[in-house]
Design a protein around this ligand. Sequence first.
Ligand code: PEP
Length: 250
Amino acid sequence: MRSKIVAGNWKMNKTAGQTNALLAELSAKLPDTRAEVMVAPVFVNLTQAVGQLGGSKIEVVAQNMHFADNGAYTGEVAADMLLDIGIKTVILGHSERRAYFGEDDALLAKKVQQALAKQMRVIFCFGEELADRKAGNHFNVVESQLKNALFALPADAWKQIVLAYEPVWAIGTGETASPEQAQEMHAFIRQLIAGGYGDALAQNVSILYGGSVKPGNAAEIFSKPDVDGGLIGGASLVADDFIGIIKGIG
Ligand code: PEP
């Protein structure tokens, strides 16, 4: 189901105490919103976050997971472990996972399949690098990222997929895609899905934008017809900024 979503990716930030404090402030200040609101703390703080937010509108989600059920994968976390502590949504394919941990389309396809097999919702991230955009290759890059990881899925699986278009050149750089650039790419992505699965399905997929969204630019980006919300990095670490962005979606 297509819905408005604002998700905060906390990355490798916030100790247990800081997590508690930020969640308390977010809960206290959360405005009435039509958006689903999510936060993704680090693995070791997920259990506490779920406990703290019980009954709140804010969903706790994971930043990553492994494709296997369990086993000899030192340092990794499996879907069942997340489900067991009440996590139902996982971010996969973030550009930092791709760049620093060698995650490629083939690996991500396996992770997506595992998450879907476990009935989890996936926020699937993808996006071109600066060199791709400068070379005018950004549509091709996005098309191959999506087709390689997601287009073998049956139509039914798309109910569990949220897309997050995150141009790498805009992540953590302060440089945001213009609302027009975001809309252009989101419309292209929706067309791709329509080409593979039909227009009705494409109209039902939420496509988030990520990349230096701040309270000052959120409303304009979110006003675009194919932008269904945002995946927020840096600004999600400061309660007033994240709240300001949520207000931008109305
Ligand atoms: C992100 O890492 O997903 C992200 C969008 O980061 P930032 O908002 O800091 O650019």
